[in-house]
Design a binder for this molecule. Structure first.
Ligand code: SF4
Length: 252
């Protein structure tokens, strides 16, 4: 481990990273060989993904829950069904297709970096019962052991907005509020001496049932609009002529 990474992990908010990109590369290399959860008895197998594929100058820091079963096989995060859903959501915010795979736009990370295993009649990414079909939510030990990596990434990336995906990430970054109160309101995440606007979305995995309610779909629309407004990616209204009247589609 380089000295920069050791210092960053020991105290992410006090150690200025001299070269953020180089330190990030070293940090991701360190995460890739991490087996802390196995040593602590919290996981049987550790196959960390290094979700820091984005640039340290990315406009969005996107924080998910944990990788899926095949996350370590993909070069890019959110490549499967959840990624296709996220792609559609981001386009509704005015972003170009596959914005979360564009390193200049998104640095995609997660609360924990190893697949936690399947749920056993437990809860999926949105915190609801899955009937055993979803992934297990990472345990408190896994979250605690992995936390320094996320804090270090917050210290290295300077995003314009944090995009929080799902209840677990929202609880860790904002607090234990219901998704219905968070989604559609812009909050602030205080990290590394900065206050960064945060937009919360439901988790894009197919397991989430949150969007089944029409009122929740309205909140989701508002959240995507807020994201587009923060990034300035929404199409602007047609120009208002000098007389203050909107142009008419039909000539008189
Ligand atoms: S979940 Fe995080 S702390 Fe645990 S083994 Fe994987 S990379 Fe290491």
């Amino acid at each position: 481990m380089t000295n920069d990474v050791s210092r960053l992990l020991a105290d992410p908010y006090e150690t200025p990273a001299r070269d953020r990109a180089a330190t990030m590369a070293a940090l991701q290399g360190h995460i890739f060989s991490c087996a802390r959860c196995v040593r602590a008895g919290a996981l049987e197998v550790a196959r960390p993904i290094t979700r820091g594929k984005g640039s340290v100058d990315a406009r969005m820091l996107v924080v998910g829950q944990a990788p899926g079963a095949t996350g370590h096989l993909h070069d890019k995060p959110f490549s499967g069904m959840a990624g296709r859903t996220l792609n559609l959501w981001f386009q509704r915010a005015g972003l170009p297709p596959w914005a979360h795979h564009d390193p200049a736009l998104a640095f995609v990370t997660a609360i924990t970096r190893c697949f936690p295993g399947k749920a056993n009649g437990g809860r999926g990414a949105d915190g609801r019962q899955t009937g055993g079909k979803g992934d297990r939510m990472p345990s408190g030990s896994e979250i605690l052991l992995c936390q320094p990596y996320l804090e270090a990434e917050f210290a290295l990336v300077c995003p314009e907005v944090v995009v929080i995906l799902g209840r677990l990430a929202a609880t860790r970054l904002i607090g234990p509020e219901p998704l219905g109160e968070l989604i559609g309101t812009v909050r602030q995440v205080e990290r590394a001496g900065r206050s960064i606007p945060a937009v919360t979305l439901p988790h894009p995995s197919g397991i989430s049932r949150w969007l089944n309610l029409p009122a929740n779909r309205d909140r989701h629309d508002i959240a995507l609009r807020q994201l587009g407004e923060i990034l300035g990616t929404l199409p602007s209204d047609p120009p208002v002529p000098a007389d203050g009247m909107k142009p008419s589609a039909v000539a008189d």
